[in-house]
Ligand binder design. Structure first.
Ligand code: GTP
Ligand code: MG
Length: 644
């Protein structure tokens, strides 16, 4: 189990037995190099022995590890992402309880692209303009790592850039909090009873590559779309005809240099402005993976859109512009007085749980393929990445030129480059990424991100990412919250139909035997024998962010959880938690900034929800009010009305 793994891997680099520090909020054992908890995001403050024979030696908590290269956690300690929905303006109207995911505008065309093969195999992610979209961090761990007990809960600090600064560690002895078993509308059998079928576990579709969700992030104009377009072109995903058309039209509009970017930037506005605004999704295959490329916008106005894409990522490519002054702007903003999006994006994707990073140092042609410039960038950005808790061993540096096609899918050819560079090309670096572990051995959970109407068939499809389990054509699924059983008719993934989808896959599922109107965003498709609770009385452990108005009993909030938002009110403040995590004061009258507390909330209408300890994706909650996040937390108990 984790402590043993840690011990073994770190022995190589040090005589001192390595340390795991136990998160005081969620009890997860974190690697010593982590400044904040891998699982819940709470910052480290105190160090707790995690095993009998583990000695504690902590030299620094600044996140810069001396031996990070040799003691990296196993890759089974994986990351993954929920399909992110936007939180469109919430008006408290209970009819709008399930979050519209903003797919609506694009959906009619989107499903068409799921089924039909476009020349680029590319489609657009939803446009999300809500600057207050909170950032969801989901770190998926394999079953071995998932050690939370029922009487243990956790709170996560906000992972948004704004809130990050306000995070501080709050120790908490969560075992003090009694957590009762679920008592909700839908009875839940014990997980032990579940036995996955053979087809669910192994990929039996011969020749089918594993899916890797790869976000392309970085400062505006660093060349993300050009790089993505060029990769697609080189790998034969863009037809000659389309490429020719893009080149011709871009030239006519005086935007010749954007020809490859136009493969990603399809809207008139994006093309006219020369910037990406929404996340473009494209598919390509490497030797090892079926890659879902999520080309994100770099402009700071569209950070919420980036969030939507990057939360789905297993790994990321951070594109930086090597040219003089541009790299600096990416780090310190225009004029060097703020935070550029190279830094902001790196921080964001790390807070979502993305651990593996390829830094594509682009536009090497603009600096004459200078090795010195690359080294300078590596030192400056490298130390920043370490401070964000990227491990050195999980960061791969690939210098390249998207425009001159140097070091993309094969070794460079320019003599100025080859004279000093012998490393990997970008495509090989992508193949070297590790696939996060997928929880296929648990019962199916597919949170519905959106419901899309197929233009070709007119049928409704539930769109979302399988959190756990697997489905195949003919599988019976329980549709929640309507509690009706339906049959999987077809599954579509990456622009084509497939017979099986497993945890980690983003799919559109067409169901039969159910009225389409019963399938709603924010609902869940799950195993009929293992229904997800549907409840509206919840106990949460929360961390209050910086707020101007104290939270009182009766406080109205927007309750957000996976793809749902629902009007709610705080009905009870059970206890304040002190620094040691023990309830310091029961039934306080109000909560103020930076306090940790156990609260109960009543939702206007029941939502699909799970305790965090059982399913992280369904148990992370956040409370918002007047357009900003006021508290983040986890669901620790699902209650019946009479318990409330
Ligand atoms: P946003 O999506 O708006 O953040 O921009 P982006 O990162 O997608 O950049 P985009 O691909 O739109 O490229 C911006 C400009 O950089 C275009 O004019 C490209 O031609 C140019 N560019 C991209 N890659 C290279 C490169 O390798 N070398 C040079 N010299 N220019 C490049
Ligand atoms: Mg772009």
């Amino acid at each position: 189990k984790p402590p043993v793994k840690e011990k073994e891997s770190s022995k190589k680099s040090s005589n001192t037995v390595p340390v795991l520090w136990k998160c005081s909020m969620c009890t997860f054992d974190n690697h010593e190099t982590m400044v904040y908890c891998e699982m819940c995001g709470v910052f480290r403050e105190s160090f707790v022995k995690s095993g009998k024979d583990v000695s504690i030696k902590v030299e620094s908590v600044n996140g810069i590890s001396n031996n990070s290269g040799t003691s990296a956690l196993s890759n089974s300690d994986s990351t993954k992402m929920p399909a992110k929905t936007s939180t469109t303006n919430f008006d408290g109207d209970s009819e709008r309880k399930y979050a519209s995911t903003s797919h609506d505008k694009v959906n009619s065309t989107q499903l068409a692209s799921v089924g039909s093969s476009s020349s680029t195999g590319k489609k657009k992610q939803p446009v999300i303009f809500d600057n207050n979209v909170p950032i969801e961090r989901t770190t998926q761990l394999n079953a071995d790592h998932f050690q939370l007990k029922e009487d243990q809960g956790s709170s996560r600090a906000s992972s948004s850039a704004q809130n990050k600064g306000s995070m501080e560690t709050l120790s908490s002895d969560i075992s003090q909090l009694s957590i009762e078993r679920n008592n909700v509308n839908v009875a839940q059998p014990l997980p032990e009873e579940y036995k996955p079928e053979g087809w669910m576990l192994a990929d039996q579709e011969s020749g089918v590559l594993s899916q890797l969700n790869l976000a392309i992030v970085g400062h505006v104009d660093s060349g993300k779309s050009t790089l993505s377009g060029r990769l697609l072109h080189l790998l034969g995903k863009i037809s000659k005809r389309d490429m020719h058309k893009n080149e011709k039209e871009a030239k006519e509009k005086g935007k010749g240099s954007f020809a490859y970017a136009w493969a990603m930037d399809e809207s008139t506005e994006e093309r006219a402005r020369g910037i990406t605004m929404t996340v473009a999704v494209a598919y390509l295959e490497t030797k090892k993976y079926r890659v879902v490329l999520l080309d994100s916008p770099g402009h700071k106005d569209f950070v919420p859109n980036l969030i939507s894409g990057a939360t789905q990522a297993d790994a990321a490519i951070l594109v930086v512009d090597a040219s003089t002054g541009s790299f600096e702007s990416g780090m310190d903003g225009e004029g060097g007085k703020s935070v550029g999006q190279t830094k902001e994006h790196a921080q964001l994707i790390r807070s979502f749980g993305v651990e593996q990073l390829i830094v594509a140092v682009n536009k090497m042609d603009a600096i004459g393929y200078s090795k010195d410039r690359l080294e300078f960038i590596k030192v400056r950005l490298g130390s920043f990445l370490r401070s964000c808790n990227f491990r050195d061993s999980a960061v791969t540096w690939i210098p390249l030129s998207a425009v001159e096609n140097q070091n993309l899918i094969k070794s460079p050819s320019d003599a100025r480059f080859t004279s000093w560079y012998q490393g990997s090309c970008l495509l090989d670096a992508i193949d070297s990424l590790q696939l996060p572990s997928r929880d296929v051995s648990k019962p199916l959970i597919l949170p519905i991100c959106d419901v899309i109407k197929s233009q070709s068939t007119g049928q409704l499809a539930a769109f979302g990412k399988l959190e756990t389990g697997a489905i195949r054509n003919g599988s019976k699924v329980l549709v929640l919250p309507c509690e009706e059983v339906a049959t999987v008719k077809t599954i579509e993934r990456d622009s084509s139909s497939c017979s099986i989808a497993r945890a980690g896959d983003n799919v559109a599922v067409i169901l039969q035997g159910i009225d389409g109107s019963r399938i709603i965003p924010g609902g869940i498709l799950c195993h009929p024998g293992f229904p997800v609770p549907v409840a509206n009385y919840l106990e949460l452990k929360i961390r209050v962010l910086d707020i101007a108005i104290p939270i009182l009993i009766g406080y109205q909030v927007e309750f957000h959880i996976h793809h749902v938002k629902e009007a709610a009110r705080v009905t009870k403040i059970v206890a304040l938690l002190d620094k040691t995590g023990k309830p310091s004061k029961t039934a306080p009258r109000f909560l103020k900034s930076k306090q940790n507390a156990v609260v109960q909330v009543t939702l206007d209408q029941a939502v699909c929800v799970e305790e965090f300890s059982k399913c992280r994706a369904l148990g992370r909650a956040f409370l918002r009010s007047s357009g900003s996040t006021i508290a983040v937390g986890i669901v620790t108990k699902i209650m019946r009305q009479d318990q409330h």
